[in-house]
Every structure is written in structure tokens, then in C-alpha cells.
Design a binder for this molecule. Structure first.
Ligand SMILES: Nc1nc2c(c(=O)[nH]1)N[C@H]1C(S)=C(S)[C@@H](COP(=O)(O)OP(=O)(O)OC[C@H]3O[C@@H](n4cnc5c(=O)[nH]c(N)nc54)[C@H](O)[C@@H]3O)O[C@H]1N2
Ligand SMILES: Nc1nc2c(c(=O)[nH]1)N[C@H]1C(S)=C(S)[C@@H](COP(=O)(O)OP(=O)(O)OC[C@H]3O[C@@H](n4cnc5c(=O)[nH]c(N)nc54)[C@H](O)[C@@H]3O)O[C@H]1N2
Ligand code: SF4
Ligand SMILES: [Mo]
Length: 695
């Protein structure tokens, strides 16, 4: 490894979740010191354990420092960039010639900077000419995004800054375990409660977040829309809705009112398992508060009815008259580091930069003009993430795939199918820092620079665009993803469209491409971000201050009003039955991140969480003769996983929870159901039917 110059104190942001804590780095790569950045107003110096240990992967002995190619014997062996890139370019070209441009697919990620997501989208359309690009955000934010656009006209996860939480009298947190998934946010809830506020959490488990709440609604998995409709029923019955607001600022309430009438409390209690008294208490808290917020997480969203679930919570916030009011409103808590920006600038199958639609003629013309590329050569919409993965191989027609920023073998649902699909490819290329489980299947693996070695921007969960700053250069032999895309484009004969002086030059082109779109970044510059601890989009001109709070006056819909949507709940795609008698739900633990490529390599985190623990209620454990710590097999219609029992009162007797951070036989995604939401194409990670098999 080359020695790097000593850098004093680089202010940057954590590589992991959407909270994007400000941190300061000092020292060389081999012994970086990480500190919380007290000047950054979001985390105010606080970090979680993942942030404190985030520098470990930078100089990790398993880090990839040169490309790998698969040789004739089937082994991955070191190669030069020249060899590796030549092989990728040849494979892409010959597959395109034999099967058409759409036979080459791209799978991106929400951890990529804005510059990288933007360039990856452009690379797909201009360098490859393929319609088939999508990304792991489809597994994360797509349901919340679709609901936000339908009801409020725009998808900015939180349409207000985090600081507003502290002044909200009541907050309902639906399906989110922030105490483990973004711990520094708890300072805002603590401030809220110190101000006399009340926190209500709905979750099938008594999580650390639920334990910190005033009221925990322990609902049956998959019944979120019933809860929201039931609360609306009570608010209407007791006349705690805001008639003036509904009249002046919304449309479509009448139909929603009629549907809410059918969700009477006894029915809601029967379906959700939440006692009537708690429903009434929640409705009164929300209805009588001057300021109230409803925030959703993946619990309510990662379902085959994720979009309607979110719409049902937006209905509630609108009926309360709270959306666009101070210290109030509706928001969803974005998950991945750049989960927000990553869903705005063109790595989605149906999208062009600035949150434009690729099927929209005006959007195509605008972006084609910025790119100086013939509009008629831009492909149309492609396949969504799971459908794209499910189409890999000769049958589905996508013969080759570039994965950049995701570990789909571990994180996509119905893992056995995903592995088979990947194995049936003619050619797989993966860019990563480590040999992830997906990279292990690749024909070519390309080593990528890590967060502290690159410049770029990230958009946090509040819509605040911030700078990722470089503390040192990548190790010799490692390229940034931007350099990789430039070099690959050149080998595909598209150099003219992929030559940039710097990441900032890519950002400047993104600004122009996003101008006039919903996510308008045209007025955001690196300088301006620097000067103000970030800029909130939309920011349509350089002299515009950015937009921390949306909807104060109107909604970006044709009528300027927010739209109610009638929501009739549906059952989950798979429900417990005789053969598979329990609900399985999946999610996260504090000390591991996502597919675990980074965090499973960090000693301190492994000490805290070294294997998946399946949470099982004592009553259920007893029925199966299981004691705490026993090994067991979980089985669904799609596969089996080996896990250890964590016997706990914190989970409902009818439900088992398993975290998804581990691979191979410990992978929760061997179990999950790829049933998709009809609108967002989000898989149902949060509900399926499972049985326990004791050893
Ligand atoms: N430690 C850690 N932090 C992370 C991540 C990580 O991997 N590890 N990932 C980041 C990312 S990308 C994301 S998206 C966020 C996710 O952040 P969260 O949404 O907070 O995380 P999850 O654990 O997926 O799900 C939240 C809760 O949903 C509950 N739940 C399950 N089924 C249901 C249901 O049917 N209804 C309701 N209401 N709740 C249900 C689960 O019990 C769980 O406690 O976290 C981010 N932060
Ligand atoms: N069962 C179940 N499954 C789930 C979920 C669940 O709740 N339950 N949640 C889903 C959600 S919300 C999400 S967001 C997905 C996430 O799942 P994944 O997409 O697998 O997420 P990561 O583990 O972050 O994968 C990122 C990979 O890319 C690499 N990487 C990170 N940054 C970069 C970069 O800048 N460049 C390059 N080249 N590589 C990079 C990392 O080392 C890692 O191997 O999982 C989904 N899967
Ligand atoms: S909360 Fe998120 S951004 Fe902050 S230190 Fe932890 S993982 Fe990093
Ligand atoms: Mo996510």
C-alpha cells in the first residue's frame, strides 16, 4: 500500500446511513482518527458505533487493491486495469451485437454520491444505450417515493428539517426503529419529550425505539393501513379533523371519509391486535395536538401494499391539517447514505436527472440537450430492480450485468432465485471495495475508492445537499467510480460524453440536467454547500437560499392541493397457515449495516453482533421446545436459513424477526417473499409465512 500524505482534519460525512453524520478525519489511512463534527447541525457531534468504527475498512487487509478476472480454471486472479476493462468492454460490445443493447443491465445503489448516481444513469443511456438500469433504492424508498408524489406532488423524504421534531407535540413513528438505525436522531426525540411532547411507535416488536416511546402500538405485521384507517375513523367520529384545511388545501376527502367509516374500532383491534383503548388514546393525542408529525420507516413501506400504506398515513396527516404547518407534517425516514439523492438523478429504470420521467418527451428533450446527445437514441423505461434481477440469463434476456454499489446476493429477496439468475449470466462485473458475496460470482471485479478518498455530494434524509470530502487519495491501483465510468465509456467509443475535469464538473452538469425538474439542484454549488452546512433542494437559482420546508403555501400538484387517496387494506401476499404458521419479518440491528460487506469486517461490530439472532416470543419458543441460544432452521416456501434463537418478550407470539445482514445459510433473504407492490415494485421484505424447525 502506498503511503499517503498526512492530512489534518478533513470535515466529511459518515459512509453509512441517511443521517449522514458530520465527522472529522485526521491522520493517514492506516490509522485514521474519527471524531464527531460538533459544527454540523444534524448530528451535532454525535455518532453511532458504526460511525466511530467507519474508518476500519479503509486500510483493511481484505480490501481489493487491483482488478480481478476469472481465468480459464474458473478462479478470480489479479489483473491490470487494462486487461480488466478490455474484458468488460469486449463482453458488453459482443452481447450488445448478439442480443441488443437492453441485454446489458446495470444495478446501482443508494450509497453512491449524486455525481456517481447521475453518471451511472447517463452511462446506461448514452454509453450502453440500455433501458435496463435500476438500483437497490427500489428495495428501500420506492414505496414512500411513489406515495409522496401521488399525494403531495413531490418526493422529498422529510419535507422539513430534523430540528422541527423537537417542537412537535405528538410524533407517530410508523414502522421505524431509529434508536438502532440512526441513533443520533434520538437527541431530537429526547428534546421533543423534554418539551412535553409525546412519542408513539407502531411496530410488531418492542424495539429500543418502542421502549423509548410513551405508547407502543404492537401491531400484527402487514396491518399498517388498517391502523391508519382506524385512527382516521376515530378522528372523524370525534370531530378532531381540520375542516378548513381539508376544504382549502386538499382534494378527494369524501371518498376517504366513506372508507374510514368502515374501519370501526372493534374491527381494527381484531385485525391489528392493537387494543381499542390504545387506538383511542393515539387518535386523541394526534387530534388534540397543535403540532403533530407522522413519520414512516421501512416497517410500513417494505410491503406489497407499501404505497397504499404510506398513502393511508398521509391521509391521516392531511385530515389533521398538519402538512405544511410549522413543526408538523408527514415524512418518511430515508435509509441509505444517499438514499435521497440516489433516487433523483437517473439510476432508476423510469427516470432522468432532476426527478424527471424518461417517458416524458419534454424531459427527454431537456436532458438530451444538456448531454448534447440525440433524444431519439435515449432508451425508454426499463425493468425495476427485482424484475431486472429476475430477468438475468438467457430466458429473461439480460445476458450481462454491471453491479456498482450493491450486494444483491445478500440483500435481494428470494435469494436462491437471485443466485441462480446471477449464475446464468454470460458476464457479470462487480465494482466494490471488498470481495462481496455478489463479487464472488463475477467474471470481473473492479476495486473502488472508498468514501474518504473521493469528492462528491450526498443528499441527506432532510433533502440537505452536503459535501463528501476527500481526506487522502485512493491506494495505488484503485480508481474512483467516476474514473471507472469515464474509462469504460471511452472503451465503448463514447469518450466525448464522459470526459470531466473533476467530480465538481460532473455536479455542474447534473445541475444543468436537473434545472426545472422536481429535484432542482441548479442553484446549488460546492461553494454554497461549503458556506452553509448544506443546501436544501429545490434550489432553482444561484441566488436562491434553498428550501428547508415545503408545502407552507401550496403543493406542487396541478391544482396546488394535496390529494387524499382511498385506501382499502389488503392482506399480505402470504399469510401464516397450517404449514407455515408464523409471520416472519426482517430488518436491522444496530451494529451491522445492510449486506454487511463493510461492517462484518470490523472487529468491534462483530463483537456486538456476530450472527443473526431470530427473535422468538417465550410462548412460541416453549411450543417448539427452544431455549435462548439454541440453533434452529427457519423455513419458508422459498428456502431455509440457520439462525440462533433470541427468546424475548419483545416480540409478538405469532411473529419471528430475523436481521438480514448475513450471507449463505444465515441469510434471511433465502426466506423472503418477492411479491411486489403494484406501483412501486417494492418487495415484501416485512411479511411472509415461516415455520420453525428445531435441530
Ligand atoms: N444499524 C443499521 N442502521 C441502518 C441500516 C442498517 O443496515 N443497519 N440501514 C439503513 C437503511 S438503508 C435503512 S432503509 C434504514 C431502515 O431503518 P428502519 O426502517 O428503522 O429499519 P428496519 O429494521 O428495516 O425496520 C423498522 C422496523 O419495522 C418493524 N416492522 C416489521 N414489520 C412491520 C410491519 O408490518 N409494520 C410496521 N409498522 N413495522 C414493522 C420491524 O420490527 C423494525 O423494528 O436504516 C438505515 N440505518
Ligand atoms: N430481508 C431484508 N432485505 C432487505 C431489507 C430488509 O429490511 N430486509 N432492506 C433493503 C434495503 S432498505 C436496502 S437499502 C438494501 C441494501 O442492500 P445492498 O444493496 O446490498 O446494500 P449494501 O450492503 O450497502 O451494498 C453496497 C455494496 O456496495 C459496496 N459499496 C458501497 N459504497 C460503494 C461505492 O460508492 N462504490 C462501489 N463501487 N461500491 C460501494 C459495499 O461494499 C457493498 O458491498 O437491502 C434491502 N434488503
Ligand atoms: S447514525 Fe448513520 S450516519 Fe450517523 S454515525 Fe451512525 S451510521 Fe453513520
Ligand atoms: Mo434502505
Amino acid at each position: 500500500m502506498v503511503s499517503t500524505p498526512f492530512q489534518h482534519d478533513t470535515a466529511t460525512h459518515c459512509p453509512y446511513c441517511a443521517f449522514q453524520c458530520g465527522m472529522r478525519l485526521s491522520g493517514p489511512r492506516e490509522s485514521v482518527v474519527v471524531d464527531g463534527d460538533e459544527a454540523f447541525p444534524v448530528n451535532k457531534g454525535a455518532l453511532c458505533i458504526k460511525g466511530w468504527t467507519s474508518a476500519a475498512p479503509l486500510a483493511h487487509p481484505e480490501r481489493l487493491l487491483n482488478p480481478l478476472v476469472r481465468n480459464a480454471a474458473g478462479d478470480l486472479v489479479p489483473a491490470t486495469w487494462d486487461e480488466a476493462l478490455a474484458r468488460v468492454a469486449e463482453a458488453f460490445k459482443s452481447i450488445r451485437t448478439d442480443y441488443g443493447a437492453d441485454a446489458v443491465g446495470i444495478f446501482g445503489g443508494g450509497s453512491l454520491t449524486n455525481e456517481k448516481s447521475y453518471l451511472l444513469g447517463k452511462f446506461a443511456r448514452v454509453a450502453l444505450g440500455t433501458a435496463n438500469i435500476d438500483y437497490n433504492g427500489r428495495f428501500c424508498m420506492s414505496s414512500a417515493a411513489a406515495a409522496g408524489i401521488r399525494a403531495l406532488g413531490i418526493d422529498r423524504g422529510m419535507p422539513f428539517p430534523l430540528e422541527d421534531i423537537a417542537s412537535a407535540e405528538v410524533v407517530l413513528l410508523a414502522g421505524s426503529n431509529v434508536a438502532e438505525t440512526m441513533p443520533p436522531i434520538m437527541q431530537y426525540f429526547e428534546a421533543q419529550r423534554a418539551n412535553g411532547g409525546v412519542l408513539v411507535v407502531s411496530d410488531p416488536r418492542r424495539t429500543a425505539t418502542a421502549a423509548a416511546a410513551d405508547l407502543h402500538l404492537r401491531l400484527t405485521p402487514g396491518t399498517d393501513a388498517v391502523l391508519a384507517n382506524g385512527l382516521l375513523h376515530l378522528l372523524i367520529r370525534d370531530d378532531l379533523i381540520d375542516h378548513d384545511y381539508i376544504q382549502e388545501r386538499t382534494e378527494g376527502f369524501e371518498r376517504v371519509r366513506q372508507i374510514a367509516a368502515t374501519y370501526w374500532p372493534e374491527r381494527v383491534e381484531r385485525i391489528t391486535g392493537i387494543p381499542e383503548a390504545e387506538l383511542l388514546q393515539t387518535a386523541r393525542l394526534l387530534g388534540r395536538a397543535n403540532t403533530a408529525m407522522i413519520l414512516t420507516g421501512r416497517g410500513a413501506e417494505q410491503q406489497a401494499q407499501g404505497v397504499t400504506n404510506v398513502l393511508s398515513f398521509i391521509n391521516l396527516a392531511l385530515a389533521l391539517g398538519k402538512v405544511g404547518r410549522p413543526n408538523s407534517g408527514f415524512g418518511c425516514l430515508t435509509g441509505q447514505g444517499n438514499g435521497q439523492g440516489g433516487r433523483e438523478h437517473g439510476q432508476k429504470a423510469d427516470q432522468l436527472p432532476g426527478y424527471r420521467l424518461i417517458a416524458d418527451p419534454a424531459a427527454r428533450q431537456h436532458v438530451a440537450a444538456v448531454w448534447d446527445f440525440p433524444e431519439e437514441e435515449l432508451p425508454g423505461p426499463g425493468k425495476s430492480a427485482y424484475e431486472l434481477l429476475d430477468s438475468l440469463g438467457p430466458e429473461g434476456g439480460i445476458r450481462s450485468l454491471l453491479v456498482l454499489g450493491s450486494n444483491v446476493v445478500v440483500s435481494a429477496p428470494h435469494g436462491n432465485n437471485i443466485r441462480e439468475r446471477l449464475e446464468s449470466l454470460d458476464f457479470l462485473v462487480v465494482s466494490d471495495f471488498f470481495l462481496s458475496e455478489t463479487a464472488l460470482l463475477a467474471d470481473v471485479v473492479l476495486p473502488s475508492a472508498q468514501w474518504a478518498e473521493e469528492e462528491g455530494t450526498i443528499t441527506n434524509l432532510e433533502g440537505r445537499v452536503i459535501r463528501r470530502r476527500r481526506a487522502f487519495a485512493p491506494p495505488e491501483g484503485v480508481l474512483t467510480d467516476l474514473e471507472l465510468l469515464e474509462q469504460l465509456a471511452a472503451r465503448l467509443g463514447r469518450e466525448r460524453w464522459f470526459t470531466y475535469a473533476s467530480p465538481e464538473a460532473v455536479f455542474d452538469e447534473l445541475r444543468a440536467a436537473s434545472a426545472g425538474g422536481a429535484a432542482d439542484y441548479s442553484g446549488i454549488t460546492y461553494e454554497k454547500i461549503e458556506a452553509g452546512q448544506g443546501v436544501f433542494w429545490p434550489c432553482p437559482s444561484v441566488d436562491h437560499p434553498g428550501t428547508p420546508r415545503l408545502f407552507a403555501e401550496s403543493f406542487p400538484t396541478p391544482s396546488g392541493r394535496a390529494r387524499f387517496h382511498p385506501v382499502l387494506h389488503r392482506s399480505p401476499a402470504e399469510e401464516p397457515d397450517e404449514d407455515f404458521p408464523l409471520y416472519l419479518t426482517t430488518g436491522r440491528v444496530l451494529a451491522q449495516y445492510q449486506s454487511g460487506t463493510q461492517t462484518r469486517r470490523i472487529g468491534e461490530l462483530e463483537d456486538m453482533a456476530s450472527e443473526p439472532l431470530a427473535e422468538i416470543n417465550p410462548t412460541t419458543a416453549e411450543r417448539y421446545g427452544l431455549a435462548d441460544g439454541d440453533m434452529l432452521t427457519l423455513e419458508t416456501r422459498r428456502g431455509a436459513a440457520r439462525v440462533r434463537a433470541l427468546v424475548t418478550e419483545n416480540i409478538r407470539p405469532d411473529t419471528v424477526f430475523a436481521p438480514f445482514h448475513w450471507p449463505n445459510e444465515q441469510s434471511a433473504n433465502l426466506l423472503t417473499n418477492p411479491a411486489l407492490d403494484p406501483t412501486s415494485r417494492m418487495p415484501e421484505f416485512k411479511v411472509c409465512a415461516v415455520r420453525i424447525v428445531k435441530d
